[in-house]
Design a protein around this ligand. Sequence first.
Ligand SMILES: CC(C)(COP(=O)(O)OP(=O)(O)OC[C@H]1O[C@@H](n2cnc3c(N)ncnc32)[C@H](O)[C@@H]1OP(=O)(O)O)[C@@H](O)C(=O)NCCC(=O)NCCS
Length: 192
Amino acid sequence: MPHDISRYLAEGPRVGIRHVTYADGPEFTARVRESKDLHHPWLFPPDTAAAYSAYAGRLIQDPAKAGFLVCEKAAGGAIAGFININNIVHGAFRSGALGYGAFAHAAGRGLMREALGLVIRHAFGPMGLHRLEINVQPANTASIALARACGFRLEGYSPNMLYIDGAWRDHERWAITKEMLRPPGNTDLTDR
Ligand SMILES: CC(C)(COP(=O)(O)OP(=O)(O)OC[C@H]1O[C@@H](n2cnc3c(N)ncnc32)[C@H](O)[C@@H]1OP(=O)(O)O)[C@@H](O)C(=O)NCCC(=O)NCCS
């Protein structure tokens, strides 16, 4: 299926980000099935049509969530990964919690780093948020490297924080606030 790149919310040199749609199910679930080894035991994204439909429905309909697909421009907009903002709270907090995964064919090429930079700017710009957090298990070196590379700082340690893969897991809490963004002009990221 051709990708509609006119829907990019923001783009950098190599990737664009756009919202999750129901129509992305076949491509998304095929890439998830190829990426089991990469995602295990950290992440369990939907790998069937029914599970994707429920997942996309939550991201599209719940105002406390926003789902973004990372699309590789040189590959015609093929989906390289995904970044979701969950637990969005407005008011004095204006914060959200990130979840993300690369797909195996695209992992380790810097695409997620570029895309997370775009999502951060979109969250602190059009979405009006002030803080984003990443809760990550201490042994997840790839995710911690991504958080660090994108300018997040370690805020603290949360024992038994999230129920993942059959047990309550300890997490490091990494976060970035709007004040920590590099000033415009010091970045190669462009918003649309
Ligand atoms: C975490 C994840 C999204 C990173 O994706 P990626 O495609 O490797 O990301 P990038 O290629 O953009 O790399 C981002 C940074 O992490 C570094 N990195 C990537 N994998 C790494 C690894 N296994 N060990 C150490 N550093 C790593 C890269 O070198 C890069 O840093 P740099 O820009 O300073 O060189 C991917 O590994 C993944 O999907 N993991 C499984 C799901 C998961 O853990 N999700 C997060 C749960 S909290």
